[in-house]
Design a protein around this ligand. Structure first.
Ligand SMILES: [Fe+2]
Length: 281
């Protein structure tokens, strides 16, 4: 068990929205999502220090097909750290459970792929906001009741709550047509439990942060394509092939939870600020 007096860090990586296709097909005829996930895994595996676990916030596959899950799993098995999954709007609950049958936590709830993991210094809760066949998200009374009861059991533990859909208005019109619906119902539950350090989501395919229910809600970049940064009201749907990214949530008992955004791929550097004469001019 983690020593509460220790300043040791506990590092959690988050990636999102791999949208895996098969047979070399490109997502939206543009994106080699399998290669992108492979690069993300290579990046996470070479981080120093290494993340102790990886959260994946939904849209594992592009169309929820069994063969897409098989391809996705074959890639994810190369991660050095254990990983935890929730479904997104592009996923299929039954196919996802079939493919990841050894992930016991996916079977905690009889109907929904939502779960709690207690094995770490930070308590992890995954929610299933998916609605079969539709792009928006929902959390019914059953799912929210489960969340409330689960949070009530360990109020002393710092907790991350992860769901696929954003429970806030992003300002990107076409994504705000498919958010988590009725986010105030989720906010009422979260506000009752101040141990929630973050509400984490995917779906937006870019990093966005905002206050939410007394805590911080934030979305993870996509590991392949990024939703276009278009804050024009009524703007069209589209994506850019900007550098893909990930989040690193670093917990310590002395500093709390601090979140960083990193980029996938190789970039020039590191370069020194100083040489033997001091700050380099
Ligand atoms: Fe997505």
């Amino acid at each position: 068990m983690h020593d509460p007096n220790s300043s040791k860090h506990f590092l959690i990586a988050q990636i999102s929205d791999p949208h895996i296709k098969t047979n070399g097909r490109l997502s939206y005829r543009q994106v080699d999502t399998a290669r992108a996930l492979q690069r993300a895994i290579e990046t996470l595996n070479t981080l120093t220090p290494s993340p102790e676990l990886v959260l994946i916030s939904g849209d594992l596959t592009d169309f929820g097909r069994p063969e897409e899950y098989a391809a996705c799993k074959a890639l994810l098995e190369k991660l050095h750290a254990p990983y935890y999954l929730i479904p997104g709007n592009h996923d299929d609950r039954a196919a996802m459970r079939d493919a990841f049958a050894q992930h016991d936590y996916l079977f905690q709830h009889p109907r929904f792929l939502q779960w709690v993991v207690e094995d770490h210094p930070v308590r992890l809760i995954g929610l299933d906001s998916s609605v079969p066949g539709l792009p928006h998200g929902e959390l019914c009374a059953e799912r929210l009741g489960w969340l409330d009861e689960t949070l009530k059991k360990r109020p002393e533990l710092p907790t991350l709550v992860m769901l696929h859909h954003h429970p806030f208005t992003s300002g990107i019109t076409h994504m705000d047509r498919q958010p988590l619906r009725e986010p105030t119902a989720l906010a009422e539950v979260i506000a009752r439990h101040p141990q929630v350090e973050r509400v984490l989501c995917g779906h937006l395919h870019r990093a966005i942060q905002t206050r939410f229910a007394g805590t911080l809600a934030m979305s993870c970049p996509g590991v392949s394509h990024q939703v276009s940064l278009d804050l024009e009201p009524g703007g069209p749907s589209g994506f850019h092939l900007e550098p893909p990214g990930y989040l690193l949530h670093q917990w310590s008992f002395t500093h709390g939870l601090v979140t960083h955004q990193g980029f996938i791929g190789d970039y020039p550097g590191p370069f020194p600020f100083y040489d033997e004469h001091g700050l380099i001019d």
